[in-house]
Design a binder for this molecule. Structure first.
Ligand SMILES: Cc1ncc(COP(=O)(O)O)c(C=O)c1O
Length: 374
């Protein structure tokens, strides 16, 4: 629970207030149709979201973790295979690899964009590499062109982890249509947010998407109780699809509002050298899922902001190669110096479309005054 008077990291009640009537109508219509599983809204949202990304096909699933896990399964990833990814990410990226019995191979990130360093990728690709997963962290696209060069040269598919980057672009092309396939999460704190768990896979490869769909639906064939491959139950819920269809219509406006607030943060922190601001690479358009600074005396700054009733978060304090849950991958401290350094320095501050000018000024004022620049 957020204390009254606290500026939160994200304000889901304020978001809901903007779409309440439309969301309630959408939910009511599903309730009345009683098509709770595989309802028409699922199909429609898949088509609309694929089109939004510039991809030909999409398959809704239960959450972003399943999107990654099932996509890897559809590639046939299993024991003896390696999947190259980054450790500066949410644990789900690594879980999906280990859950398929493969070995995650972690490469370090570029300190400017916090995303996969293509130079370092080159050194970690082997004959066993089955898939490469770059993560579009905090809403900023990974360096896809260099990553794809390396992957294409070796004939390895690139699966984008776009869980934090709905609508982010490189040279006007949206994530979700850049690699062979992409995985999205609609977790409530994401830019496009369900009222619960939901996820999606996009791709131009129809056969691949059909394979994922089959796995996500108990390996089902055309006939009732015909199960052709070992699958699971990971379908997108119809009520979530209906809600997401409403919010998709607002997504670009909300992204613009985020970008406006980012400009205000950038201006306010321009004269504070103790803070390294996140930047957008040339030709990229970030959707700013998070505004994450690198800060000297990060822990003290965080404590100061907590005492001033400003919520903050560390994304992520421990790169996943050092998480006990990833022990099977054999990572150790010192393997990924940039990711490990970021874990000590990063701090995400409140950013959401409804963040008011007054609250934003409170955040910037308190950060500036912490560094004696009030
Ligand atoms: C980078 C990244 N990958 C994967 C996921 C997993 O998504 P979900 O929480 O919907 O399972 C998340 C989100 O939480 C994420 O941030």
């Amino acid at each position: 629970m957020t204390e009254p008077g606290t500026i939160p990291m994200i304000d889901l009640k304020a978001q809901h207030a903007r779409v309440r009537a439309e969301v309630e109508t959408a939910i009511r219509s599903v309730l009345e149709s009683a098509r709770f599983i595989k309802g028409e809204e699922c199909d429609l949202f898949e088509r609309e979201f694929a089109a939004y990304c510039g991809a030909a096909h999409a398959c809704g699933v239960a959450n972003g973790t399943d999107a990654l896990t099932l996509a890897l399964r559809a590639y046939g990833v299993g024991p003896g295979d390696e999947v190259v990814t980054v450790a500066n990410t949410f644990i789900a990226t690594g879980e999906a690899i280990l859950l398929n019995g493969a070995r995650p191979v972690f490469v370090d990130v570029d300190p400017a964009t916090f995303t996969m360093d293509p130079e370092k990728l080159r050194k970690r690709v082997t004959k066993r590499t089955k898939v490469i997963i770059p993560v579009h962290l905090y809403g900023h696209p990974a360096a896809m062109s260099a990553i794809l060069d390396e992957a294409n040269r070796r004939g390895i598919p690139v699966l984008e982890d776009a869980a934090q980057a709905h609508g982010a672009e490189i040279e006007g092309k949206r994530v979700g249509s850049l690699g062979h396939a992409a995985c999205f999460s609609f977790y409530p704190s994401k830019n496009l947010a369900a009222c619960g768990d939901a996820g999606m896979i996009t791709s131009n490869d129809r056969e691949f998407v059909d394979r994922v769909r089959r796995i996500a639906d108990h390996g089902a064939g055309r006939h009732r109780y015909e199960n052709l491959v070992l699958g699971t139950n990971s379908r997108l819920d119809t009520i979530q699809a209906a809600i997401l269809r409403v919010k998709l219509r607002y997504l670009d406006r909300w992204t613009d509002e985020r970008r406006q607030r980012v400009r205000m943060y950038d201006e306010a922190f321009a004269g504070v050298p103790e803070i390294r601001r996140p930047r957008e690479s040339a030709s990229c358009r970030s959707v700013w899922c998070l505004y994450t600074i690198r800060a000297e005396q990060r822990d003290e700054l965080q404590r100061h902001l907590t005492s001033r009733r400003i919520a903050t978060a560390v994304h992520y304090p421990r790169p996943i190669h050092l998480q006990p849950a990833m022990a099977a991958a054999g990572g150790k401290a010192g393997d990924l110096p940039v990711s490990e350094q970021l874990g000590r320095e990063v701090l995400s501050i409140p950013l959401y479309p409804e963040l008011s000018d007054t609250d934003l000024a409170r955040v910037t004022g308190d950060i500036r005054s912490f560094y004696g620049r009030g």
